[in-house]
Design a protein around this ligand. Structure first.
Ligand code: THU
Length: 159
């Protein structure tokens, strides 16, 4: 028997001012689009901005439903729209921002398990790691590749 350990890594910065111009723009877009979320049940408004290798930026926000499981997270709304409209362009970066009843989330937004799995699919599809910028008012986390958020993942090579 052997205990195995997996290391994950991410970069922590203080705020949006520490991002380079294009990353700051992407986060600004995620914040902006969060305001258009349809989230009357949770009142948790999430915005996501996906930057593609071709330079396009596609945004999305959470879309809730009275039949709760029929809703979809912001990340997947943005990612699926990006892949649907630009099927040949790899995803470079995804920024995620959220607002709760107190305003912009203080802590970095953590994507749910299903979104992590969908981000993994996009990585494998284009054979390119995706950078995640998890926005928060008091700190921002930058994650270089979904393997850091989804270790021991199940992908197409496991089929
Ligand atoms: N949500 C997202 O859109 N992304 C996340 O990363 C976390 C959760 C949404 C789903 C639901 O509409 C609301 O936030 C509360 O869970």
């Amino acid at each position: 028997m052997e205990l195995k350990k997996i290391e994950i890594e991410f970069i922590e910065i203080a705020n949006i001012n520490e991002l380079n111009t294009s990353d700051a723009y992407l986060v600004a877009k995620a914040r902006e689009v969060a305001n258009n979320a349809w989230a009357p049940y949770s009142n948790f408004l999430v915005g996501s901005a996906v930057e593609l290798m071709n330079g396009k930026i596609i945004t999305g926000n959470n879309q809730e439903n009275a039949a709760y499981p029929s809703g979809l997270c912001a990340e997947r709304v943005a990612l699926f729209a990006a892949n649907a409209n630009y099927p040949n362009s790899a995803v470079k970066t995804i920024a995620i921002s959220a607002y709760n009843k107190n305003g912009l989330s203080k802590m970095p937004v953590k994507p749910c398990g299903s979104c992590r799995q969908s981000i993994l699919e996009a990585e494998l599809r284009f054979e390119t790691p995706i950078r995640l910028i998890l926005d928060g008012q008091n700190k921002i986390h930058i994650v270089e590749g979904i393997k850091n958020l989804l270790p021991l993942s199940f992908g197409r090579d496991d089929l």
